[in-house]
Every structure is written in C-alpha cells, then in structure tokens.
Write a protein that binds this ligand. Sequence first.
Ligand code: MN3
Length: 206
Amino acid sequence: MTKVSDLIFPALPYDFKALEPHIDAMTMEIHHDRHHKAYFDNLQAAVKDSPMASMDFIDLLNNISKFPVAIRNNGGGHYNHDLFWKVMSPDGGGQPNGVLAAAIDKHFGSFNAFREKFETAAKTRFGSGWAWLCVKADGSLDVCSTPNQDNPLMDVADCKGTPILGLDVWEHAYYLKYQNKRPDYVGAFWNVVNWTEVEKNFKNAQ
Ligand code: MN3
C-alpha cells in the first residue's frame, strides 16, 4: 500500500528524446514536466490536511465516487501518467512473450486482433481520455477506454479492472508532432511499447 501523501513524482525512466521519432522530445518534456507534474501537485494540494492524505492510493481510486472531482481528475492524472511512462521504452516494440502472449491469444484470438481492438478504443475515444488493456477481476483480459483522467480502477468507470497498458490520447500527448492525426500517433505507439513491463504488470495483477 502507498499512502497518497507518500506518492512521489517519478523521473522519466529515459531521456525526453529517447522515444523519437515516434514521440518527440518536446512533447515528452512538456507532458512529463508540466502536465503530469501539475496533476501530481494538484493531487497533493487537494488531499493536504485531509484524511485522504493517509489513504491507500489504490483504495482511493477504487472509491473515487465518494471524493471531490479534483481528486478524481488529479489522482487519475497521476496514476495514469505514472503507468504510461513505464509501459514505454526506447527498446520497446515488437510483441509480448510468455504468459502475456498466451493470455492475449486466449482472450482476443491473436496479437493482431488485440492490437486492432486497442487501436479502435484509442481512435474512437471522443475528446480526451485513455485506451487500456486491463486484467478483470475474473483474470481475463479486456480492452476499453475511459474519458478524461478516469481509469478502470475507478468505481465510476464503465470498464473495471487493473490497467497493465495504457495509451494517453489527450491532444497534449501528440499534437505537436501529429496535429489532428491521432491514428498516426496510435499506430506509432506500438514501436515503443515496453512489453517486459506490461508482462510484469500482468503477473502482478493476477
Ligand atoms: Mn497526458
């Protein structure tokens, strides 16, 4: 368990330019240092001097409907970006191996069928939000999307589960390089997915 007040703002695990040409350095710098930092700081400000500060962060997200909207937006914003940086790597791309590959084949039919479903979730999310691969309570895999900074851990989400891969489809995640061409950004994402990390998340979610 991690208390909300004990959360840390994570350093990016690679250089800003490390994901080029798929995600450009300026986008990464602004996204991490300004957008994510603002969610983190606003979350800490919103829980300061409140019982929420000593709550387990995941427990808070699981019960988000009971808390102020600033906690939902900034708590989700912190959780989602913290996951996002880790599921990308300059050494990423390709396809998953091992137990994750087997689970994807089992639940989606094939890696390509999974990929198409995930891309559709990312491309059809109207406005701002996220696409997810998550592990549901019964252990099965599911693909879905959530609006704004919501995620499948939240009791308000249409799809419930533990996210193991997430893609940020807010315009701030891609507009400098891709402008209105979200599908190009979604397609480029596969070149940087850190499947080792996603498989680790998969095992932890069991
Ligand atoms: Mn973002």
